[in-house]
Design a protein around this ligand. Structure first.
Ligand SMILES: [Zn+2]
Length: 255
């Protein structure tokens, strides 16, 4: 099995600083087309990485790129502040009966990104993916609670997914980017535990005889940086985030 741990905001410099390096590592460039407002743009990069081609999320072309206009955002804040139950599709009280993903909890979800990529590298293999922006269905950027919940699921999957016979697995977490970018606790000291966690999850998979790639869409400490991290348990060649696709293909061809 090849397991790809997709860590949003995983930072090359912090990996070095904490001395949590993997055996093979590279600093990846990010094509300018994947930037938005002068910064690497998360949904574009994950979509491009797993299709091997420039992918620009359609929502990101517009100023109201979240799909939530200002007014809708104000309304959601109002509902949240007044503990009024709401649904992603609006105040539709019938929806929850026949759908799995309708509750927004009481926290506003600020960004909703639908799956946009038609076909990713995961479609070519017996694979399993979890919550990758642009690649997984109904991916959503949410508040810290949502990120934390999904970080717990991410960790659980890292620890158990090897029991199933997948060729290729992609597991995503946004939590580290959130911690490094949006919160007041965005210090190296506070990020250390999460970097150790990712490192030990990768080591755990390796100890079970699987190969692992740890990859980020861009590094983050306070702000998004213009390069991304990739580390692996096997030798590879990659210069840009677009090359990750070929790294996966090459690896699986040789199995
Ligand atoms: Zn990101």
């Amino acid at each position: 099995m090849l397991a790809i741990l997709c860590i949003d905001g995983f930072d090359n410099d912090l990996v070095d600083f904490f001395k949590l390096n993997m055996t093979y590592e590279e600093r990846l460039t990010i094509p300018r087309e994947l930037f938005r407002r002068d910064q690497p743009f998360t949904p574009n990069i994950w979509g491009s990485m797993f299709t091997g081609d420039i992918f620009v999320h359609s929502d990101s072309k517009y100023i109201g790129e979240t799909g939530l206009g200002k007014l809708r955002l104000i309304i959601r804040h109002f509902l949240h502040d007044n503990s009024i139950r709401w649904f992603r599709s609006g105040l539709n009280f019938w929806k929850d009966k026949d759908s799995l993903v309708q509750y927004g909890s009481f926290e506003p979800n600020y960004f909703i990104w639908r799956k946009e990529v038609e076909k990713s590298v995961f479609d070519d293999y017996h694979s399993f993916i979890y919550a990758i922006p642009s690649v997984s269905d109904n991916y959503m950027f949410t508040s810290e609670t949502g990120d934390l919940e999904r970080y717990e699921v991410f960790k659980l999957l890292c620890e158990t997914i090897w029991r199933y016979n997948y060729e290729l697995v992609g597991l995503y977490t946004h939590y580290i980017d959130y911690k490094a970018h949006w919160t007041l606790e965005r210090t190296k000291k506070n990020l250390f535990q999460h970097y150790v966690q990712v490192h030990s999850l990768a080591k755990g998979l390796e100890s079970k005889g699987h190969d692992v790639i740890v990859v980020s869409d861009h590094a983050t400490l306070f702000n998004h940086k213009n390069y991304a991290y990739i580390g692996a348990t096997f030798p590879f060649e990659a210069e840009s985030v677009l090359d990750v696709y070929q790294v996966i293909k090459e690896y699986l061809k040789n199995q």
